[in-house]
Design a protein around this ligand. Structure first.
Ligand SMILES: *[C@@H]1O[C@H](CO)[C@@H](O)[C@H](O)[C@H]1NC(C)=O
Ligand SMILES: *[C@@H]1O[C@H](CO)[C@@H](O)[C@H](O)[C@H]1NC(C)=O
Ligand SMILES: *[C@@H]1O[C@H](CO)[C@@H](O)[C@H](O)[C@H]1NC(C)=O
Ligand SMILES: *[C@@H]1O[C@H](CO)[C@@H](O)[C@H](O)[C@H]1NC(C)=O
Ligand SMILES: *[C@@H]1O[C@H](CO)[C@@H](O)[C@H](O)[C@H]1NC(C)=O
Ligand SMILES: *[C@@H]1O[C@H](CO)[C@@H](O)[C@H](O)[C@H]1NC(C)=O
Ligand SMILES: *[C@@H]1O[C@H](CO)[C@@H](O)[C@H](O)[C@H]1NC(C)=O
Ligand SMILES: *[C@@H]1O[C@H](CO)[C@@H](O)[C@H](O)[C@H]1NC(C)=O
Ligand SMILES: *[C@@H]1O[C@H](CO)[C@@H](O)[C@H](O)[C@H]1NC(C)=O
Length: 600
């Protein structure tokens, strides 16, 4: 371990570690006008290559720190070069979280874990698209920073910059407000969830760089690098030991400001997922020990109940439970020696996972489909509605990619494809919800970095009217997945509406996996090639949305829409259930109100 930290220190001195060499002519997003053409059966499918490439490009646009000489985003500048100085460390680098300039470790590490999870089963899709070098540079940009944020075994930085200050600022990357304080968890002020989530990200990506796979049919991408994998593994083990060895508590108890945006609702799911990824990434006898740990957290945390109809918890930055049975099943399938000796078998996990998926297939839970067909979780989907739908589709698709035998698999594939089609433009708005991909794509992502608004003087932090100043965003934020429409599939494309229009690291992650899988299995064109340019303008709703970001519409809408009434009904029912279940409801409310605060 000392050796590993020595290597890590080397990383500090040379922030850009060697990585796969990028293609000589660097890939750039094409003009969106190309999206209305069929790919004419090219292999790999050229439209899916564009989608995958754009989605990865978004992460380049979100980079913080000193940009490398091969930076692909011409309008981005070096930024936040003093991060960490307040604590005598180099905490430059990493990614800005969303439409703002804060670095939040909890969702950042979740996003990276999610990308590695997807690549463990569908990674060859990146290879087919010649995007593996960009996958590598994206992962390393995040992981190298997470290593800096973990300078000693029991210290982990969970936020850089104060979100409540940063959210008032709407200018570009050269005048980001300072100071940007660094917030940590440590032995005296621990955070079980944040430490375990960090461990999960390191272990998931260590497994990927170590050529482990969740698929029996070998679709791992060609990222193999055993020395980088070992570096990541050292951090994974130490963070897991920190999470399990220190007093167990939510990380926002130690760092309340992080809870203003990303309050965690529990830590058993992070512990179970971290142990599962460690079981996958360890190649020695300790793998079985980590597996047994995961089984222990799963049962002692009663995580199985969260998967049942009526609760059917989402998979997102706060809630990782649905990944536990998926990982358990995939691990038992691909590495049966690791799980032998445990009472939790392939069958245990497969049953739990399929029962969970079947809630969506059978529509017998709290979630419902919007009239246009988007999977909607009351509460969880009220801001960024696409995310829970796409993460569900990503889990189903990843399950299918494991090659595990199941009579249900075709149903899951079809269901996931439906959600993917919706995001790619098969919806009542005719909008593919990825910036810059199609002429109908959102033109007004809620993103300070892309608007091009310039403060008239340093004391003015934001324009009076976000939607009209400037009239057009200065830069196209190619590849950014926006929040998404409301319960009635309505989408306004308003820059001020962070509930519908914000971009974020975690919004892109599931679509990345779905695009890689589409390439892997040779899917036909993404739905957007069939979407007429200009057909959004014809159906764009008048008036205003009614959500947490924009209240204008709520005054004029004359009461709740049918969809909202259904949602309220389901929420009330759910509240009843949850009150019986105990404190879970308060976690839910806190989480829900949490994300709302970080719009601006
Ligand atoms: C593997 O990763 C290490 C550590 O980042 C790096 O020094 C080395 O150049 C990489 N090797 C290849 C072949 O990319
Ligand atoms: C894309 O192409 C169209 C027409 O071919 C052109 O009008 C538009 O300016 C281009 N957009 C960008 C961002 O280059
Ligand atoms: C597919 O073929 C059509 C008809 O020949 C052509 O107009 C279009 O540009 C082609 N698409 C691509 C992506 O080359
Ligand atoms: C990927 O690169 C190979 C080798 O340079 C090339 O033959 C192939 O056409 C490329 N594929 C795509 C989708 O760019
Ligand atoms: C980067 O700097 C250039 C000027 O050098 C400026 O025009 C551009 O807006 C800056 N980018 C951002 C995102 O602020
Ligand atoms: C440990 O973390 C707490 C909470 O972030 C912080 O107040 C304290 O200063 C940290 N301790 C050390 C020794 O840095
Ligand atoms: C990675 O694993 C696959 C089997 O899953 C194997 O075919 C391939 O040769 C391995 N690659 C390396 C570099 O070890
Ligand atoms: C297994 O983990 C223990 C600590 O939990 C460690 O002491 C031991 O060296 C590990 N074994 C291997 C083979 O890595
Ligand atoms: C496995 O054992 C745990 C106790 O360690 C128990 O709670 C659980 O129900 C058992 N699971 C199965 C599938 O038997």
């Amino acid at each position: 371990m000392l050796l590993l930290y020595a290597i890590s220190l080397g990383g500090l001195l040379h922030p850009v570690l060697a990585q796969l060499s990028l293609p000589t002519s660097s890939w750039l997003p094409p003009n969106s006008s190309a999206a209305t053409q069929s790919s004419n059966g090219t292999s790999p499918n050229s439209q899916w290559v564009t989608t995958l490439g754009d989605l990865l490009y978004f992460y380049d646009a979100q980079r913080s720190g000193k940009l490398p000489s091969n930076n692909r985003v011409p309008w981005r500048n070096d930024s936040a070069l003093d991060d960490g100085k307040d604590v005598g460390l180099d905490l430059t680098g990493g990614f800005y979280d969303a439409g703002d300039y804060v670095k939040y470790t909890f969702p950042m590490s979740f996003s990276i874990m999610s990308i590695c999870l997807g690549a463990l089963a569908s990674g060859r899709g990146y290879d087919l698209a010649n995007q593996t070098a960009f996958l590598d540079s994206t992962l390393r940009w995040g992981l190298d920073w997470l290593m800096k944020a973990h300078p000693s075994p029991n210290t982990f930085f969970v936020e850089v910059a104060d979100g409540n200050v940063d959210n008032n600022y709407w200018g570009g990357d050269r005048t980001i407000p300072t100071p940007r304080p660094s917030y940590q968890i440590n032995s005296t002020s621990p955070g079980t969830d944040a430490a375990a989530q960090g461990a999960a990200a390191f272990a998931a990506c260590s497994a990927l760089y170590n050529n482990r796979t969740l698929s029996a049919s070998s679709s791992t991408s060609s990222l193999q690098n055993s020395s980088y994998a070992a570096l990541l593994q050292g951090h994974a083990r130490d963070l897991y030991s920190f999470a399990t060895g220190a007093r167990m508590q939510l990380y926002q108890q130690s760092v309340p400001t992080a809870g203003d945006a990303y309050a965690s609702s529990g830590y058993m799911d992070e512990l179970a997922v971290a142990a599962m990824f460690l079981a996958l990434s360890e190649t020695n006898s300790n793998a079985s020990t980590y597996y047994a740990d995961s089984v222990k957290w799963y049962y002692s945390g009663d995580l199985g109940s969260l998967l049942q109809a009526g609760q059917e918890t989402v998979f997102n930055w706060d809630s990782k439970t649905p990944a536990v049975p998926l990982l358990g099943a995939a691990l038992a399938n691909a590495y049966p020696n690791v799980v032998s000796g445990s009472n939790a078998t392939l069958n245990t996990w497969q049953t739990a996972l399929e029962n969970y998926f079947n809630v969506f297939i059978n529509k017998n839970g709290r979630s419902f489909l919007t009239p246009g067909g988007l999977l909607y979780f009351p509460g969880d989907s009220d801001e960024a509605s696409l995310n829970p739908a796409l993460t569900t589709a990503m889990l189903m698709t990843t399950y299918a990619a494991t090659g595990i035998q199941s009579g249900q698999m075709d149903k899951y594939r079809t269901y996931a494809q439906g959600q993917l089609n919706y995001a790619m433009g098969k919806n009542p708005m005719n909008v593919p919800y990825v910036v810059g991909l199609h002429p109908n794509s959102p033109a007004n992502p809620h993103s300070a970095i892309s608007t091009g608004w310039v403060p008239p003087n340093p004391s003015v932090l934001a324009p009076t009217n976000y939607d009209t100043d400037p009239p057009q965003e200065a830069y196209v934020l190619y590849g950014g997945v926006v929040g998404g429409p409301d319960t009635r599939d309505q989408f306004w494309d308003l820059r001020s509406d962070w509930a519908q229009n914000e971009v974020a690291l975690d919004y892109n992650a599931p679509l990345l996996t779905l695009a890689a899988n589409a390439l892997l299995i040779g899917s036909p064109d993404p739905y957007y090639t069939q979407v007429q340019a200009g057909s959004y303008a014809a159906v764009r709703p008048s008036g205003y949305p009614c959500d947490a970001a924009v209240t204008t519409g709520c005054k004029h809408s004359g009461g709740l829409s049918t969809g909202a009434q259904i949602a309220v009904g389901v929420v009330v029912g759910t509240i009843g259930l949850m009150l019986v279940a105990g404190a879970a409801y308060w976690w839910w409310v806190k989480k829900h109100s949490g994300r709302g605060k970080y719009g601006y």
